[in-house]
Design a protein around this ligand. Structure first.
Ligand code: NAD
Length: 406
């Protein structure tokens, strides 16, 4: 292999846990035959990792090391991604391929893309490629792709968990137990049944539809808004009410779960004005992207009591600076960005990244459903779910995060 065919792959993953590898609580994860719509699972020629193991942190290396180096390519793995002196910034100018995860995103801004003349492929090890300035990727003819479906059900499960946690007010009740109390009146003073409530999703794509299906047995009234309407048979089977716009949806719902990608049309969709159209005492769950909500509008609505609760796992930027107001706002049930990186999901996206790399090195096409940008335009899943443009402004603020446990 001559030097020209040697590719430099820059892979940004989240920091290791205190102990790597961790002590796993289970031996195996279920083997799924295919995704819910029949799409085949990631299908690399082989894998060099154990499904169910931690692959998304620096030491896990997405299980790529042997595969990449056996082919003579270079693999650099780091979690140091933010700020001018970061390893990511230092290595990027000579990188051919960048791999990044939404949980710990390496923001590929216009400035960074302008300084990366060799960059041809940006792979999202997960779903959601808004951390890439898609307009600049279009202009620079960079292929952007993600592992469609890999963690959609993981996120749907997390969203359902957080809807129930908010409406039943689970977290404060748990805290009474840990503190040693038995304060039932306090514990139930904000606790309701979700049965009979109006529950709506903003976007009914892979995740949104999975949430609707999972909520059906709770005997709630289901609503959705999407720029693509579902088939009449699906609407009928789930008893869905379709809304022509998001204002109509939020005005009737008690619980709203957000599942659209972040792109110029959806950035700050949930601002003061839209939230004012929600019923007093509504709940928002956002496992899509933090920037779909106006950060300070959410805080104001929780403090005034207009919103009864807010949960989700997505923030802007990521990692969230230590003084991010969502860490301290009232009646929230937030997690760090974890929903799509369960150990089960990691096995799928690690295999999916390997499949994409195999295609790239062989000169075979990447699956259409994995594509976001290709050939100077939106493509595949990107053409269906995104609009052109850039939503990375403000991402440099991620450098203000300091790991307090390390
Ligand atoms: P998908 O492409 O299957 O569905 C997206 C849906 O959004 C589509 O139906 C599309 O029509 C709709 N949509 C796009 N723009 C819209 C707009 N302006 N108004 C209304 N609807 C709009 O994708 P998916 O697998 O369901 O994932 C959705 C998003 O969830 C991802 O893009 C990502 O941002 C987020 N996600 C988060 C995690 C996590 O770990 N928290 C993991 C995976 C995905």
């Amino acid at each position: 292999m001559d030097d020209k065919s040697k590719q430099k792959i820059l892979c940004v993953l989240y920091e290791d846990s205190g102990k790597y590898p961790p002590e796993y609580s289970r031996e195996t994860i279920p083997v799924l035959p295919h995704y819910p719509d029949g799409q085949t699972m990631p299908s690399p020629r082989s894998i060099d990792f154990t499904p169910g193991h931690l692959l998304g942190s620096v030491s896990g290396e997405l299980g790529l090391r042997r595969f990449v180096t056996d082919l003579g390519h270079e693999l650099i793995v780091t979690s140091d991604k933010d700020g001018p002196g970061s390893k990511f910034e230092r290595e990027l100018p000579s990188a051919d391929i960048v791999i990044s995860q939404p949980f710990w995103p390496a923001y590929l801004t216009a400035e960074r893309i302008a300084r990366s003349p060799n960059l041809k492929l940006a792979i999202t090890a997960g779903i959601g490629s808004d951390h890439v300035d898609l307009q600049s990727a279009i202009d620079a003819n960079i292929t952007v792709c993600e592992v469609t479906w890999c963690n959609s059900i993981s996120v749907a499960e997390h969203a359902v968990m957080q809807m129930l946690a908010l409406v039943r007010d689970y977290i404060p009740q748990y805290q009474w137990v840990v503190k040693g109390g038995w304060n039932i009146a306090d514990a139930v003073s904000r606790s309701y049944d979700i049965e009979g409530m109006n529950v709506g999703v903003v976007a009914a794509g892979r995740i949104g539809l999975a949430v609707l299906k999972r909520m059906k047995p709770f005997d709630v009234k289901l609503h959705y808004f999407d720029r693509h309407r579902l088939a009449p048979a699906v609407e009928e089977e789930l008893g869905l009410t379709f809304h022509e716009n998001v204002e109509s949806l939020v005005s009737v719902c008690d619980v709203v779960s957000i599942h659209c990608p972040l792109h110029p049309e959806t950035e700050h969709m949930f601002n003061d004005e839209l939230i004012s159209k929600m019923k007093r005492g509504s709940y928002i769950v956002n496992t899509a992207r933090g920037k779909i909500c106006d950060r300070d509008a959410i805080v104001r609505a929780l403090e005034s009591g207009h919103l009864a609760g807010y949960a989700g796992d997505v923030w802007f930027p990521q990692p969230a600076p230590n003084d991010h107001p969502w860490r301290a706002m009232p009646n929230h049930a937030m997690t760090p960005h974890t929903s799509g990186t369960s150990l089960s999901a990691q096995a799928r996206y690690a295999a999916g990244v390997r499949e994409i790399l195999e295609c790239w090195f062989d000169g075979r096409p990447i699956r259409d459903e994995y594509l976001i940008v290709q050939g100077g335009g939106l493509a595949g899943a990107g053409a269906h779910s995104y609009t052109e443009g850039n939503v990375t402004a403000g991402s440099a603020d991620a450098s203000r995060y300091k790991n307090r446990s390390g």
